[in-house]
Write a new protein. Structure first.
Length: 453
């Protein structure tokens, strides 16, 4: 029996998670078909990994044990809280290589390994932030073992989000399995995305880059220009806000509209003063990249003619520059995380075209009939030159349906919807006389693994 009444029942080759409630009754939480989907996910990951360069590459048995154990551990709770963690599969020789450093790889290795099990992972999970640290798993003679916890660099994290990341990155391509929410797994190689599994389904990995080119990018640039904001930084802040919302695992709607009209929304919280956190983040960049510009603050070789005072002056200047860039980075991270928190509340986060927050937690209200009929079609390319006429909305939930109706009634507004499983959609109706509302799904936010045979 696991925590909170969960236990695992083996039936042939499939395991069934059973939940026992306070009345002693049991219900199946994951059916055989869902578990078979997980088996297919393991097979998909194994096939993908064999097509590229992975070091070390686990055996089929170890890969299956790694993913299934992570899946079951992700269903557990520690002191009433859901657990989130990341497992890194390494060989013991690599683990002890001298790559330690404040910016790359800081290991905390145990004096002896502990068993690789759901129980041990659940105990360690509160000590791990999947963003910046991993539980290290290595092969032993008999099975797998847990050898310690390693803190990885912020540069590694930013690189995984397709942000510019100055500084060194971990020099090897290892497998990382992340449990982001109950039943939601993500597999990476190094800092590149390989595959994801949620709600019994294998999620698509190749999304449409709507922020890099096409109709959505062009519209965001137009809104940025209208408000005297840098186009690239405007899109970077939007991108980072969507990533922060995705990481929360709750989902939400973010609307960027032209103007401050809130007539199509009800309830929620309306902002009358302030709300400029995202706009401040864009302005704070002032031509700097989103990631910290790495400035070497340690002693470095200088010309023999430079005296000690000159060297000290240089070091002080470099430290000052580093602190300034770090302060900007923290402002951007805090601002976008704050916006993602607002968007995580039930309802929508509504932003004006200058990224000022107008309201959050509001419910979308649209008329059932309209004098401007429109079709909802799936765009396959950023410029919407290739589309699927069969609307995907029928297979999506209330959040997507209400967002699509809003996009149809509010041409020129850009609507983003992040699902609980991490899939992101973008919706846009270019003109009032446009017969179509385009939906891009999934939107590419993370780096995808590029095969290196």
């Amino acid at each position: 029996m696991g925590k909170d009444g969960f236990h695992i029942v083996s039936i042939g080759r499939a395991d069934i998670i059973v939940h026992q409630d306070i009345n002693g009754k049991s219900e199946r939480r994951h059916t055989t078909m869902q578990l078979l989907s997980l088996e297919k996910f393991v097979s998909r990951v194994e096939t993908t990994l064999k097509r590229g360069h992975v070091q070390p590459l686990p055996t089929s048995e170890h890969l299956k044990e790694l993913i299934l154990t992570a899946f079951y551990a992700g269903l557990e709770k520690e002191e009433g809280n859901e657990v989130k963690f990341a497992l890194a599969y390494l060989d013991q020789d690599t683990l002890h290589l001298p790559h330690s450093g404040v910016d790359v790889w800081c290991p905390c290795l145990f004096d002896e390994s502990i068993p690789f099990s759901v129980e041990e992972i659940t105990k360690l999970a509160p000590a791990v932030n999947p963003t910046y640290s991993v539980i290290v798993v290595c092969a032993t003679q008999d099975s797998l073992g847990i050898f310690g916890i390693v803190r990885i660099s912020r540069a590694q994290y930013r690189h995984s989000r397709d942000e510019e990341a100055s500084g060194r990155l971990t020099p090897w391509q290892y497998i990382v399995v992340k449990a982001l929410a109950p039943g939601h797994l993500r597999v990476d190689v190094g800092d590149d995305h390989v595959a994801s599994f949620a709600r019994g389904s294998i999620l698509p990995t190749n999304g449409v880059d709507v922020l890099g080119s096409g109709l959505i990018r062009d519209r965001l640039w137009a809104l940025a220009n209208k408000n005297g904001l840098d186009c690239h930084h405007y899109c970077k802040v939007v991108h980072r806000t969507l990533l922060s919302l995705w990481e929360r695992g709750h989902g939400g709607i973010i609307i960027i509209q032209d103007g401050a009209d809130l007539n199509q929304f009800k309830r929620g919280f309306r902002i009358s003063v302030g709300g400029t956190n995202l706009q401040d983040a864009v302005r704070s960049l002032e031509g700097c990249d989103l990631a910290t510009i790495r400035v070497e603050v340690s002693d470095r070789a200088v010309e023999e003619s430079e005296d000690e005072q000159h060297r000290r002056s240089k070091r002080d200047y470099e430290r000052h520059q580093f602190e300034k860039e770090l302060e900007k980075l923290h402002l951007i991270e805090d601002a976008t995380d704050f916006a993602a928190d607002l968007a995580s509340r039930d309802g929508a986060l509504v932003l004006r075209d200058d990224l000022t927050t107008l309201a959050f937690g509001v419910h979308i209200v649209t008329e059932s009939d309209t004098s401007e009929p429109f079709d909802i079609v799936r765009a396959l390319t950023p410029d919407a030159q290739q589309v699927e006429r069969e609307s995907p909305i029928a297979n999506l939930g209330t959040r997507h349906n209400s967002a699509a109706k809003f996009a149809g009634h509010s041409h020129g507004s850009v609507v983003f919807v992040v699902s609980e499983d991490g899939s992101t959609s973008a919706m846009y109706r270019p003109q009032a006389d446009s017969a179509e509302v385009f939906i891009w799904r999934p939107v590419a936010l993370m780096r995808s693994w590029s095969f290196k045979p």
